[in-house]
Design a protein around this ligand. Sequence first.
Ligand code: ZN
Length: 245
Amino acid sequence: MLRRVSRALLGFVMIMAVCVGGGLATAGTAQADGCYTWTRTLKEGMSGNDVTQLQIRVAGYPGYNSVLAIDGSYGPATKAAVSRFQSAYGLAADGVAGPNTQAKLYALQDNDCTPIHFTYPELNTCNSTWAGGKVAAGTAKANALSSMWKLEALRHALGDQPLRVTSGFRSASCNSAVGGASNSRHMYGDAVDLGSGPHSLCTIAKQARNHGFNGILGPGYAGHSDHIHVNQGPSHFWSASNCGI
Ligand code: ZN
C-alpha cells in the first residue's frame, strides 16, 4: 500500500515537471515546483529565460546601493547576488545556482511565484486587475512580483520578522484618492509602502539600501513621517533625513 502511494506521488511530481518546466526533470534537479522548475545548474556565462527567472528571485541581493539587471545574462553581478543569497541562507557561497540553491528558492516561493511571505492581493488593494496605472496591467503585476522578492530579502535580513505593507499598486484614480504624487511609482506597480512594527521605520529604510531599491523615502521627507516608501523606478533617489539617509 505504501509503495503504491509513493509511486502515485512520484508520477504526480513527474507530471508537474512536464507541465511546469516544459521537460522532464533531469538528474540533479532537486524537485518539481508549482511555480517554476529549473532544468540545469546555472552559472556565470550562461543566458536564457531560466537565468531571468533566477535573477528575479535573487535581485534582493545586489549589494549596498546597487540594482541587479534582470537581463537573462549571468554575469559577475548575478554571480555575486547568488553568492549573497547563498550566504544569507547558510548555503555554500560559490555563486553557482545548482540543486541546493534552486531547492531553497523553491522552498521560498508559492505556486503563483510570489515569495512565501508576500501576496499579490497584499501588493494591490486598489483593484483586482492591475489596470489603470501608468503601465499595462501585466507589467504592473510583474513589477510588483519583482518588488516582493526584494521585500523577501529585506524581511530575511531583518530577522525573518513581518514587514507590514500599507500600499502597493495604485491605478491613477486610486493614487489620486489617497493624495499620491502625480508621478508616483505606485502607478507602475513597483512601489511599496511599509509601516512600522516590529521594526522602526528607520531600521527598515537603512536595511532597504542593501536590497535593490532605487527609491527610498522616509521620515524627514515630506509626507513620509509614518511609512517607508521603496520603489524600483529608473532614478536613484533616497531621502529620509531623520534616519540619516
Ligand atoms: Zn509610497
